[in-house]
Write a protein that binds this ligand. Structure first.
Ligand code: NAD
Length: 291
């Protein structure tokens, strides 16, 4: 069993980006500027956004955090989005999800200008991705692809089972892995909550990408020997013995499944750090495309 070390690879990617940023500075060019909009005080969202902003600082990007109160109206948020679209200093920005229930997420994501949509959630960018055109690929599936590429995992002709069909993970990774190219050319099956007898699919899978958000869901008897496991799930499990009052766990019962796997991502330290690295990569691409 080999660990797919997302923390190590994400640090490599961040170092590569930092070198490019230093060269931009030397040439007197504007450095990439990422903004993040956060509405409310959801604990996980605060952690994610904080980590994104810290990463920007480390690699030499400019960053702006726009933290709005929970009671922000949809109209006010849309105005904020328009300001960011019009601000020439901002290369790319994200609106951290989930948004409070009184705000229509789809409406907000549709309002983000596709050229600044470094999350790759706008239909224009999603459509381009599906057509294999140059675009912003959503950071989590982009991170998974990069992890597979850098570890030289054979995917061509391999049966890949994706668990989950969300717009931010399951659906885009299934599209990407079925396309032509490196870390792709796979035969992909997308499974979801209405799939009958999931185990029948997972037991035959050469590669499993699990993105459902259910702790320790994937057990050893559900996978075959030598399987490659990409565990996207991150769940906070309450635990009062821990300083933070919780611990993070993935969708995969790591202790059971790891001995059967050829490669496996840990949680934390697998897909999570890759997501942040690829958001930074998209912001660098946005800067390059705007210049
Ligand atoms: P989601 O809730 O939008 O989607 C979950 C999917 O799982 C749905 O498509 C549903 O059909 C499917 N599902 C539910 N029960 C199932 C079952 N019993 N069998 C098969 N499929 C089932 O989730 P999401 O936004 O894609 O996130 C999934 C997980 O990934 C969460 O834990 C989330 O925190 C995590 N996540 C991690 C990162 C990262 O950077 N590592 C990024 C995004 C999401």
């Amino acid at each position: 069993m080999n660990i797919l070390d997302g923390r190590k690879i994400s640090n490599q990617i961040k170092e590569e980006i930092a070198v490019e940023v230093a060269q931009m500075k030397e040439r007197g060019e504007k450095v990439p500027h990422l903004a993040a909009v956060l509405v409310g005080n959801d604990g996980a969202s605060l952690t994610y956004v904080g980590s994104k902003v810290r990463s920007c600082k480390k690699i030499g990007f400019e960053s702006t955090l726009i933290h709005l109160p929970e009671e922000t109206t949809e109209v006010d948020l849309l105005r904020q989005v328009e300001d960011l679209n019009a601000n020439p200093d901002i290369d790319g920005y994200i609106v951290q999800l989930p948004l409070p229930k009184h705000i229509d997420e789809e409406k907000v994501l549709m309002a983000v200008h596709p050229d600044k949509d470094v999350d790759g959630f706008h239909p224009t960018n999603f459509g381009k991705m599906a057509l294999g055109m140059e675009t912003f690929i959503p950071a989590t599936p982009f991170g998974i692809m990069e992890l597979l590429r850098r570890y030289d995992i054979e995917t061509e002709g391999k049966h890949t089972v994706v668990i989950g069909r969300s717009n931010i993970v399951g659906r885009p990774i299934s599209v990407l892995m079925s396309q032509k190219g490196k870390a792709a050319n796979a035969t992909v099956t997308v499974t979801h909550s209405r799939t009958k007898d999931l185990t029948e699919f997972t037991q035959k899978a050469d590669i499993i990408v699990s993105a459902l958000g259910s702790p320790d869901f994937l057990k050893a008897d559900m996978v075959k020997e030598g399987v490659v496991i990409i565990d996207v799930g991150i769940t906070r499990v309450p635990d009062e013995t821990r300083e933070k009052g919780y611990y993070l766990t993935g969708d995969v019962d790591f202790d059971q499944v790891a001995p059967k796997a050829s490669y496996i991502t840990p949680v934390p330290g697998g897909v999570g750090p890759m997501t942040i690295a690829m958001l930074l990569k998209n912001t660098l691409l946005a800067r390059e495309r705007h210049s």
